[in-house]
Design a protein around this ligand. Structure first.
Ligand code: SAM
Ligand code: SF4
Ligand code: SF4
Length: 335
């Protein structure tokens, strides 16, 4: 089996299908940077669905079994269901999931379901309208996200996973309310520590609410107990409600890094492989592919990239004397 420098296998592939998004979340694509004049990737630079499926097939042969479509906002890519239909057919794929801001779910979810999409994660940072709108650059409303979630439930996707990034002084006062709502609705919420991904969000350690504190705050109102990990490489630390009312997760990527169990590879919209969320450059597969490389040639690049992998950014973040200045942006490779 393929292993990296720290003996980690390749299990998951995150496919970013676009660098565009209809939201402007302040922690990801701040509106002052991503204005009208911002140049996103031209269409000719994006991998086609057939190209994505071909590369995915080769990556799956090297061990990846779980796929997740992300972005940018994956649902701004036209006819995403056509890609889903190609991916679910690949031998060896066990799971195809989507992370979305839910805006286009009401009109897209049935087509995705018919194409074979297995799971949906929706991002929602607060139920408080003012807080939520501030966080997404006033591009959506809570009602709009709830409508997307409802459509997904109706299409058969319950329980839905909800991702919520927590920023001190921004939405931390509303996290207990959000947890209570998810519990009531039967959704599985995962609170994510605000990360220093990319270089544009002005991240400061003081803005991070540690997972431990998130759990303490919820536990004070809705008592929790630890739950077991599902599988090696699971990034969320799981907790369940003592009253039997479901579970929640916290992703402590800043305060309790989990690089040792990180089995994820990321494919960017223009066909570059990134072996870490905090990577600075990707390994190009698109140009060799368009220049006629064979499957064997491409497989050699994929294997070599994973075998050379020694990333553990979150574990060494605090010992770095200089900030890494050219990190890839989150909206480019997905979460
Ligand atoms: N647009 C889709 C969405 O928001 O669900 C998919 C792409 S988005 C980049 C994937 C996930 O990354 C979202 O749940 C988002 O909240 C999370 N994310 C973005 N920037 C982050 C940051 N600085 N720290 C932690 N999570 C972040
Ligand atoms: Fe768009 Fe998702 Fe980034 Fe928000 S987190 S700006 S919805 S890509
Ligand atoms: Fe994986 Fe990089 Fe995050 Fe560590 S910092 S968990 S290696 S993506």
């Amino acid at each position: 089996m393929l292993r990296d420098k720290f003996n980690r296998p390749l299990r998951d592939l995150r496919i970013s299908v676009t660098d565009r998004c209809n939201f402007r979340c302040t922690y990801c694509m701040p509106a002052e940077v991503f204005g009208e004049a911002y140049q996103f990737l031209p269409k000719s630079h994006l991998l086609t669905f057939e190209e994505i499926a071909r590369l995915t097939g080769l990556i799956v042969q090297q061990g990846a079994v779980k796929l997740r479509l992300t972005g940018g906002e994956p649902l701004v890519r036209q006819e995403l269901e056509k890609l889903v239909a190609l991916l679910v057919k690949i031998e060896g794929v066990e799971d195809v999931a989507l992370t979305t801001n839910a805006y286009f779910l009401p009109q897209k979810v049935l087509a995705l379901k018919m194409a074979g999409l297995q799971r949906i994660t929706v991002s929602l940072d607060s139920l408080d309208e003012a807080v939520f709108q501030k966080m997404n650059g006033k591009r959506s409303s809570v009602a709009k996200v709830l409508a997307g979630i409802e459509a997904a439930v109706k299409a058969g996707y319950a329980p839905i996973k909800i991702n919520s990034v927590v920023q001190r002084g921004v939405n931390d006062e509303t996290l207990v309310e959000l947890a209570g709502w998810a519990k009531e609705q039967g959704h599985i919420i995962r609170f994510i520590e605000y990360m220093d991904v990319g270089t544009l969000n002005g991240w400061r350690m003081d803005d991070v609410v540690p997972a431990k504190e998130i759990i303490e705050r919820i536990n004070a109102v809705l008592p929790l107990e630890p739950a077991d990990q599902h599988y090696f490489g699971e990034v969320a630390e799981r907790w369940r409600y003592k009253d039997g009312g479901g579970e929640i997760g916290v992703i402590a990527s800043v305060t309790q890094p989990f690089c040792g169990a990180c089995t994820r590879l990321r494919l960017s919209p223009e066909g570059r492989l990134f072996t870490c969320l905090f990577g600075t450059h990707g390994v190009d597969l698109r140009d060799p592919m368009r220049d006629g490389a064979s499957d064997d040639d491409l497989t050699e690049i994929i294997r070599g990239t994973w075998q050379k992998r020694a990333d553990r950014y979150s574990e060494i973040r605090t010992s770095l004397t200089q900030p890494v200045r050219n990190k890839v942006q989150m909206y480019h490779i997905g979460g």
